[in-house]
Design a protein around this ligand. Structure first.
Ligand SMILES: [Zn+2]
Length: 182
């Protein structure tokens, strides 16, 4: 999605940091505090979401927030502490679309290495076609494959997930897809 933001200031004392390999046997560059020498370890974040399905249509949300304001996305967001991947995906779907649904299987697992993120999308069977989008969404709308605004999709992982979904739907068989976004 995005390049990983670099750490500017120490989280312990607020001093400036320098990216360097710590002299404790580590092999990777870390943000090391110039004053108190705290080493900041950074790890990938999980982005979790769903493909909400209604017959031959999928639900997309028009973004009311940056980045990619006004572009279309599947409901998804950053996983929170104290929830499972599936719980996070369901929570985002409720928050962004106000949808009613039953969670199904994991469908895509995508490494977005450059952004330091891993994206997970589950299939979700909608049980109603009435939506109540939250403040992050301008509009929640159902699209067939041919109606999808392919040039207006907010994120590469969403586009990849939609392409795999419609391809599998044609074959009537859904499987888990692993994708590396380079
Ligand atoms: Zn410090």
């Amino acid at each position: 999605m995005f390049h990983r933001p670099l750490i500017q200031h120490c989280k312990s004392c607020g001093s400036t940091v320098t990216y360097r390999i710590p002299d404790d046997g580590d092999t990777r560059e870390r943000a090391v505090c110039n004053k108190c020498h705290t080493i900041h370890y950074e790890n990938p974040l999980n982005v979790v979401g769903t493909i909400p399905i209604w017959g031959d249509k999928v639900l997309l949300c028009k973004r009311n927030i940056e980045p990619r304001l006004g572009k279309w996305t599947l409901p998804a967001g950053f996983m929170e502490l104290n929830e499972t991947v599936a719980q996070g995906a369901a929570r985002e779907t409720i928050e962004e679309a106000g949808a009613q649904f039953e969670m199904q299987d994991l469908f895509t697992l995508m490494n977005v290495t450059r952004a330091g993120q891993v994206h997970f999308f589950y299939r979700a069977q909608l049980t109603s076609d009435h939506f109540n989008p939250g403040h992050e969404t301008l509009e929640a709308k159902l699209f067939t494959e041919h109606e999808i605004p392919w040039d207006e999709i907010a994120f590469r992982t969403v586009k990849e997930t939609l392409l795999h979904y419609f391809s599998d739907a044609k074959q009537g068989k859904f499987q888990l897809h692993h994708v590396d976004i380079i």
